[in-house]
Design a binder for this molecule. Structure first.
Ligand SMILES: [Fe+2]
Length: 284
């Protein structure tokens, strides 16, 4: 590839469409809502429902809006479905994804729900069978985009060799990008690396500090521009040196004050700017 910034362009970041989540959280009692609030998550009281009608509506609208925008690609930053054993959720995800214009590729990123919340050899194999590679990169108009399965960095205890493999992959991909002289290096993960400060303590949201620091050091050395993630179901912006750490709210069920939506990212030679767009509630 040529390493020159050849063209300004936009891409769209989506995350956590999570078919089945509205139903999973519906009918939550006061205790559950209060427990979630302690973890900085807002669960809105609602009557018990089943299925995924709301996710269908939101994702269909998002896809149709994105078709009008014609971005170069869509990065879906994980939690495509609530229950990795529910094939109806997976089928609905695929049915609506197929409505994306044929010129707009979708780049899948592994979320914790997509691997059944427990990373094992088996859950990893199932993910790869369904969605393809979980760690990969692609180059576009002189920038490099790297997708990482942050479930591995979050907790590799059952597959420690995967963590080593992931680090080797990140290291060689970044070194190659540096050698090529790419304009921007952008990372996509499900878990944010951090949400306030690169040195913050471990939590259920972020990649634990020990592994986070190794990754951030590598990204800093390569002069990476931005990391886009999801998982928290709310928007959040932080920074480490020159690296923007952007966490986006959900296409599906929000757990903060931001509406369901997606992020439009514009890439120029000098900058990566982005805007969160609420999914249009008006009739299609
Ligand atoms: Fe999620």
């Amino acid at each position: 590839m040529t390493s020159k910034h050849s063209k300004d362009f936009i891409f769209v970041q989506m995350t956590d469409v999570q078919f089945g989540m509205f139903a999973a959280l519906s009918g939550a009692d006061k205790q559950r809502i209060e427990a979630a609030a302690l973890r900085r998550l807002i669960i809105r009281p609602s009557p018990k429902i089943t299925g995924f009608v709301k996710e269908t509506e939101l994702y269909t609208r998002a896809v149709s809006e994105v078709n009008r925008l014609r971005p170069k690609f869509v990065a879906m930053c994980g939690d495509m479905i609530q229950d990795s054993n529910d094939l109806a959720q997976l089928e609905e995800l695929r049915r609506i994804t197929d409505q994306l214009h044929k010129d707009i590729p979708i780049k899948w990123v592994a979320g914790n729900h997509d691997i059944g919340n427990r990373l094992t050899e088996e859950s990893l194999r199932q993910y790869r069978d369904r969605f393809g590679a979980d760690d990969y990169f692609f180059d576009l108009h002189g920038s490099r985009f790297i997708v990482l399965n942050s479930n591995i960095a979050f907790n590799p205890s059952e597959v420690p060799y995967e963590w080593q493999r992931q680090l080797d992959f990140l290291d060689s991909t970044l070194k190659e990008a540096t050698q090529l002289g790419v304009t921007h290096i952008v990372l996509f993960t499900h878990h944010p690396l951090f949400v306030d400060d690169p040195d913050e303590e471990d939590s259920h949201i972020v990649v634990p500090k020990d592994r986070r620091k190794i990754m951030l050091d590598m990204l800093q050395s390569a002069n990476a521009s931005a990391i886009f993630s999801g998982h928290w179901h709310r928007n959040n912006y932080a920074i480490d040196g020159n690296i923007q750490m952007v966490t986006s709210s959900a296409v599906g069920c929000p757990l903060g004050n931001d509406p369901s939506g997606y992020r439009v990212v514009s890439v120029t030679r000098d900058s990566i700017k982005h805007k969160y767009i609420a999914i249009d509630e008006a009739p299609i």
